[in-house]
Design a protein. Structure first.
Length: 141
């Protein structure tokens, strides 16, 4: 058991340091590029792991490089220049188009109702009505 303990400690250090190095932001890694730290940890597990913990790991409280606005959040525009996207309920042009569409449908419905009344009146007055509401001549007349 005593002979296995150093191997387990070295393996645990390798795994911990490798995972920590891979998950660390590249901008926060100190002294060497991130790829160099990964290679150092893999090829020299004990020395590379200790070196990573001492000299490569980001200092406590280190923050990533900050920019005035993150490009992914505002698509490259500062807050005051960002295009404002509104929903359809806030768009006056959209609402006006709905009103026009409703008025057009109401007119169409009134025309259909008038056409239906004319056809019904034509049927009551003397026979089947045509498309224009006038009675069609009866066969044999």
């Amino acid at each position: 058991m005593v002979r296995v303990l150093p191997v387990l400690i070295q393996l645990a250090l390798l795994v911990y340091c490798l995972i920590d190095c891979i998950q660390t932001d590249s901008a926060l890694v100190r002294n060497l590029p991130k790829a160099a730290w990964v290679l150092l940890i893999v090829f020299l597990p004990l020395v590379g792991g200790v070196a990573w913990l001492v000299a490569g790991r980001p200092a406590r409280g280190a923050a990533a490089r900050s920019v005035p606005w993150p490009s992914t959040a505002t698509a490259g525009f500062p807050e005051y220049e960002r295009p404002r996207v509104t929903g359809p309920d806030d768009d006056p042009e959209f609402l006006a188009g709905l009103r026009d569409s409703d008025e057009r449908h109401e007119r169409m419905l009134r025309d259909w109702e008038a056409d239906l009344r004319a056809r019904e009146q034509g049927l009551r007055d003397g026979g089947p009505a045509g498309d224009d509401g006038t009675p069609e001549p009866r066969p044999g007349s």
